[in-house]
Ligand binder design. Structure first.
Ligand code: ZN
Length: 162
């Protein structure tokens, strides 16, 4: 092993490459252990046994947060569909034909008797140019606290009439 200078403490020793806050540096064993944000770089190896070990160490795949974001039908989906369809001036038959659903299905959906499948929702959104799903967000108590107890309308008027 060649002797190099540690890029953190300057000690000359058998330094090894590591990532320090995303920056590649040569580090001595001491810095490797105690530095903050230090991640030892794994050397690619042809040794099959250590390769299987590496793949075993690998963390399980983290789900894509954005792809997994919960989406839910808006509460007035049936009304939105009906209104959008009427605005476009097309009949239930026409709409059903456009998205490949039966007229009775469209009627049931508009009456709120039938919850459209994700596929149908997508087609309706595209055809009617409306939004039928919304992201379900966690409402944190913190944001409620900072906004919920703000100025009331009365306070606002008082301030204005000063
Ligand atoms: Zn060092």
């Amino acid at each position: 092993m060649s002797i190099t200078q540690c890029e953190l403490c300057g000690r000359e020793c058998a330094c090894r490459p590591a990532l320090v806050d995303g920056v590649r540096m040569m580090l001595c064993p001491g810095c490797m252990r105690h530095g903050q944000g230090v991640r030892e770089i794994e050397r690619p190896t042809t040794d099959s046994s250590s390769q299987t070990l590496l793949s075993r160490i690998k963390r399980p795949k983290v789900k894509d947060v954005y792809k997994d974001m919960d989406k839910e039908l808006v509460s007035d989906w049936n009304e939105r569909i009906k209104r959008a369809r009427e605005k476009k001036g097309i009949s239930r038959e026409d709409l059903g034909f456009k998205i490949g659903e039966r007229t009775v299905t469209i009627a049931k959906i508009e009456n709120g008797d039938l919850r459209p499948s994700d596929q149908v929702v997508k087609k309706l959104e595209k055809e009617l140019e409306i939004t039928l799903v919304e992201e379900v967000k966690d409402t944190t108590p913190l944001s409620y606290g900072s906004h919920g107890q703000g100025l009331t309308l009365g306070d606002f008027i008082k301030t204005e009439k000063k």
